[in-house]
Ligand binder design. Structure first.
Ligand SMILES: C[S@@+](CC[C@H](N)C(=O)[O-])C[C@H]1O[C@@H](n2cnc3c(N)ncnc32)[C@H](O)[C@@H]1O
Length: 294
């Protein structure tokens, strides 16, 4: 039998690959065309210490020669990644259960309830993620209860085809609930790290009581300037160890000053700012930067 060699370009592989299954504040799907040219074509292991919805992981899955180490400090989020990777038989009927009952009242019942067990918590998280306002996950700092209003969107769940694709893609991945400091320690020479930390709040003028952009509270611990300074020091160590890295951040002097030895690219985008007290989504011009370790 004659055989035909079909060459699949990496662009085609990337187009066919699995897509993110969560909507996440600060997600980078829309900015990928800007960032991807600075990501190496191939590397041993991939590390994403601020995982969120993992837009970059899905985009570069064809470039990973070894394993992917995916980390986030939001435990509910990581449970969802683990359930989608390793517990689909239990997850599928739970998602169907949510789909049958989906309504505004049900959303508020689910939001108020607590759930035990990794897969049950993951199903609840995926339900609330798809149906909350703007996909936002925000919890009350005292009680820990999720407090985002209903988003007036139907729950679609995850199709069997999407779940199968995700299972394949995630077979090379380990997901960890943890802090970026320990996540970066896992990187070895030849590896690549994509860093997308929460952006520091910005004040448009010093008289304002509240920052203009303030959604950086993905977990009970706010990511602040000391964290970004520590991350910059870790980046210096990564470079010295032969680990390549790229970071996304807001473009301003404070951020640029922390990375004097890196290549820095600036561009402007429009971000949907999730104004926490209002239900409106504001589109604002946002100066973004791509910081490239060298
Ligand atoms: C800007 S979002 C990442 C979005 C992601 N790139 C995407 O495309 O969906 C930042 C993430 O960092 C996580 N995070 C915040 N503080 C952290 C920390 N100290 N260590 C690890 N992850 C942290 C948040 O839970 C959030 O998911």
């Amino acid at each position: 039998m004659p055989t035909t060699n079909v060459t699949i370009s990496s662009a085609e592989t990337e187009a066919r690959a699995s897509k993110p299954f969560l909507k996440w504040a600060g997600g980078k799907s829309r900015l990928l065309p800007k960032i991807l040219p600075y990501v190496p074509d191939s590397f041993v292991n991939y590390h994403e210490p601020f995982l969120g919805g993992g837009a970059m992981f899905f985009a570069v899955q064809g470039r990973i020669q070894g394993r992917a180490h995916l980390t986030d400090l939001n435990e509910e989020l990581i449970n969802a990644w683990i359930a989608v990777r390793s517990h689909q038989d239990e997850l599928r009927p739970l998602l169907a259960w949510y789909k049958e009952r989906d309504s505004k009242d049900f959303y508020y019942e689910v939001r108020a309830a607590t759930t035990e067990g990794l897969v049950a918590r993951a199903a609840r998280f995926i339900y609330l993620n798809q149906t909350s306002w703007n996909g936002l996950w925000r919890t009350n700092s005292k009680t820990g209860a999720m407090n985002v209003p209903w988003g007036d969107r139907p729950f679609r769940g995850l199709t069997d085809e999407a779940l199968l694709g995700l299972q394949n893609t995630l077979s090379v991945a380990d997901a960890y609930f943890g802090d970026f400091r320990e996540a970066c320690l896992r990187a070895e020479p030849g590896d690549f790290v994509y860093l997308d930390p929460p952006y520091l709040p910005v004040w448009s003028n010093s008289d304002e009581k509240e920052p203009t952009s303030k959604f950086n509270k993905y977990t009970s611990k706010v990511f602040g300037l000391p964290d970004l300074q520590e991350l910059a020091d870790i980046c210096t160590v990564l470079t010295a160890r032969g680990v390549r890295w790229v970071m996304s951040n807001r473009d301003n002097e404070q951020v640029r000053d922390l990375f004097p030895d890196a290549d820095i690219i600036g561009f402007t985008t429009h971000r949907s700012i999730a104004a926490q007290s209002k239900r409106a989504v504001e589109a604002r011009r946002s100066p973004e930067t791509i910081i490239i370790g060298k």
